[in-house]
Design a protein around this ligand. Sequence first.
Ligand SMILES: Nc1ncnc2c1ncn2[C@@H]1O[C@H](COP(=O)(O)OP(=O)(O)OP(=O)(O)O)[C@@H](O)[C@H]1O
Length: 628
Amino acid sequence: MPVELSVKEVREELSRAAGAAEVGGGERATLLLGRLFHEVFAEAIGRDPGRSGVRVLMEAGPDREIASERLIAHLYRVLVGPRLARHHAHLRETTPQVLVFWQATQNLARWLAGITWALVDADRPMSWEEVTQALHAEVSLACELREPGWTDTVRLVGIADALLHVPGKPHFCALELKLGRANPAVDLGQAALYRLIAARMSRGAGASALALVRFSPEIEETLISAAQVVEAEARLLALIGTLTGVALRSPAPVRAPKRPSMTPTDAPKQKPQTSYAELGLKLARAFREYGRSIEITGEPAVGPRFLRFEARLGRGVTFDQIARLTTEVGLKVGVGKEPIVSRDGGRLCMDLQRPDPQTVPFSVVVAALGPRDTRHGSSRLPLGVDLDGKLRFADLASPINAHVLVAGTTGSGKTEWLRMAIAGLMHANTPETLRLVLVDPKLSAFLELRRSRYLWPKHGLWVPGDKDVVEVLEDLVDEMDRRYKAFGALGVDDLTRFVEKKGRPLPRIVLFCDEYFALISQDRQQRKQIEGAISLLGAKARAAGIHLVIATQQPSRQVIQGALDSNMPCRVGLMTQSAIESRMILQAPGAERLTGYGDLLYKDVGDPIRLQAPYLSAEERARMFGGG
Ligand SMILES: Nc1ncnc2c1ncn2[C@@H]1O[C@H](COP(=O)(O)OP(=O)(O)OP(=O)(O)O)[C@@H](O)[C@H]1O
């Protein structure tokens, strides 16, 4: 199974190397305008006759200037104006950015006019539909790479903003549209990446090209040919080898997780390597040097991101003495985060960061889910894989798992965890048994699901600038009340019995919120209303089949205490910044020592359990979310 890597991950690495604050960065208004820009483009080249810009161009007659002006007027009236009006509240303080956005959109119109004329065949009349057949927005691209000296094949995947494919011709041109200031090194790197994919997809035909079109707001178009990027490609391949860990001798430390060739069955059975046993010896030696002897018993259990050593305490040594020494011992052993020590029955367990961390693929979730029940659907929310390689679930239908609080510092893997959990639910349900309400204050977590058939028709995807989020929550409260009335009329008290009696499905509704803090930090009154609705839903909505999965980057007392703390008994603690934050979520320290990348502690009743979240690759995401 090839190791998978996305263009986005490589771009992030290039940004880091260029010292650009691009990863997850960007002001909210700029992000919003960037999204609107891409949406306008996608609709302008789309098949809807009322919205198509290509149709306007083709019907405007032969004068190109007049045609461009008509297109600009059409874009404003049909595609841009209504969007700006809809997001008015969010954009009202950002007039200069909106002006730049509008200038960029006018230039986009002129550029689209140029492309359209180039596609029109002068020798025969063409319809606007024929011309749009050559243009596709948001296209998934993928290729496999294997370089000399690599231990594995790498599958490189990405979503190009647009693809220009002239019917009947073998080659195509991938387009990247950018709004705003350029970062030439990063742009060239990304362009070269798509060029690489395009060339490999067309089996080295060499005719595929890539154009990077930036609207800043003037048009800056860069056509990238094979000759231009030979050197950039060689550097990129070296970087890809390092990022995925497949290059035998990596010139730089591996920064991104290695995509493993793990399957659900071979994951837990991996044989410990000798170096793991050596790490155990180092660990015991380090404690001995501090006068606390322990004896490592047997070989460690090997999880995807950590090794668990079991040990016996030496004569006169206490658990607390060992726990107090973990910082010093961690430094001596020298593998990333300091060890986590815990008691499992009478045994002492020590978790050490694995020097060769592995990613758990989403196929683990698919394999564990089994066939769909088209009447009742599934209420099982995937959480992560335990040390035995078993995927653990939280059953939303059960009182202790009805609502889930997810917390972790920035970059700990919250968004990826939410996406994985959503994909798991979608895989086990149909839109008749599951509906999603997605709250995306950062505008980056769930946008691919904006056209999903799984969205709750009343409120599907909420992003800043949409109507008040309080309305979304209050509509869920109304839906809960409506459901209980219907249940009462039928003499049943929960969703399962209702579905049984009715003989047809009623969808479970699950609200996923990516950043709760962003919702409540704006306005006191609004916070009160949000907390009021969450308290009602948290206390009563489970039996109605309505659930909340809420993530926060700030698990502080001010954020958690109150509505969340008392209504969300089920906790997913990703890496936190401090032991205090860990205590806020899990009532125990430990999350501050997790290693990131979806490494988590899960707690409902009892002690927290350490799990590793499966990872939904960019390609799987595009397939599952994009296709709805
Ligand atoms: N389960 C996982 N397996 C492997 N890598 C992961 C996993 N989860 C996250 N990652 C990696 O960690 C990076 C950060 O994850 P993510 O964006 O989900 O963090 P976050 O907690 O939502 O951060 P922020 O709060 O800043 O948005 C991802 O780009 C991905 O490379």
